[in-house]
Design a protein around this ligand. Structure first.
Ligand SMILES: [Mn+2]
Length: 310
């Protein structure tokens, strides 16, 4: 049953079907169940899809949509969390089966466990998770639920045996600090990133080749995306985040990614648009890493040297 009344991602710019299967498949998951502070994440996917209509095809380097972007009907998020996970896993599995890249739009961060389960199960080797987040999400249980958004990375580590690198974390509880130390979870926290030249960052050579990227929008500084349930000051900015993603993706295989926790609020189109742009920019980074599209950087600030105009 088709229940998705939102437009497809960047549908306004998609041309007639080329007969080729799209490389990217967007799966909207409007889950809002365990959010602890401000609500509204259930409206995140629709807001991102709406904002994506305003994106330019050109992302600054290439036209990622040339690789094809499909959008699935929104996942039914009614019922028990286990049933919801099954529905998400089924949708993700269908994308993986045709060797495309699933992109899950949350919804609260709990949704990430479903694509991680599928990819950990189907990947040839271990997968490494790159988590951009203000929070560690490593609690064993939160407000009575082991499937709370505050526990999602703990579940991914324990259920799926993934490696993990956290980026931008700056709000932790003692339990999480201890767990990170005991499990030797790699992390570049908000304070460490400040003033760091991320262009020289490289993942440890031992980090898995197959990676999954999970972007909690509260990972970025609230001045970039403020529309989220639990904003925390001191996060990485726009270009720091993109540079970091370029560096971790380089030479690796991105199996899928998600963007979660956007909680749209009246009058703040900027947050919705930044979230849509971030999704599209990550598509661009992936396609260029694959060599799937022609790369042609902006000329930058080069001054035109036509002497007739001087
Ligand atoms: Mn999170």
């Amino acid at each position: 049953m088709h229940t998705n009344i939102s437009p497809g991602f960047l549908e306004s710019e998609m041309e007639e079907s080329t007969g080729r299967e799209p490389l990217f498949q967007v799966i909207p998951v409007p889950l809002e169940e365990t959010v602890s502070y401000g609500g509204g994440t259930g409206r995140g996917p629709a807001a991102i899809l709406a904002a994506s209509q305003q994106l330019e095809r050109w992302d600054g380097f290439s036209e990622p949509l040339a690789a094809g972007i499909g959008t699935s009907p929104a996942i039914d998020c009614s019922g028990e969390i286990g049933v919801i996970y099954s529905r998400i896993e089924e949708a993700v599995q269908a994308v993986v089966d045709r060797q495309a890249i699933p992109i899950v739009l949350g919804g609260e961060h709990s949704v990430s466990l479903a694509p991680i389960r599928v990819l950990a199960r189907t990947s040839a080797g271990p997968i490494g998770i790159i988590q951009i987040d203000a929070h560690a999400d490593l609690r064993d249980s939160f407000e009575g639920s082991p499937y709370s958004h505050a526990c999602v990375m703990r579940r991914a580590l324990e259920e799926c045996g993934c490696a993990l690198l956290q980026f931008g974390v700056r709000a932790l509880c003692r339990e999480e600090v201890d767990y990170r130390r005991d499990k030797r979870v790699a992390h570049l926290d908000g304070r460490a990133i400040h003033g760091m030249n991320l262009a020289t960052f490289s993942l440890p050579v031992t980090f898995p080749e197959n990676i999954y990227l999970t972007i909690d929008v509260d990972g970025l500084d609230p001045s970039v995306i403020g529309a989220t349930g639990t904003p925390v000051p001191g996060g990485p900015g726009w270009y720091d985040t993109l540079t970091f993603i370029e560096r971790v993706v380089a030479g690796r295989n991105v199996l899928g990614f998600d963007l979660v926790e956007l909680a749209p609020r009246p009058g703040d189109h900027g947050s919705d648009f930044a979230a849509a742009q971030l999704v599209y920019s990550v598509m661009g980074i992936i396609t260029r890493n694959l060599g799937a599209v022609r790369e042609m950087p902006f000329p930058g600030l080069t001054v035109e040297t036509n002497s007739n105009n001087l």
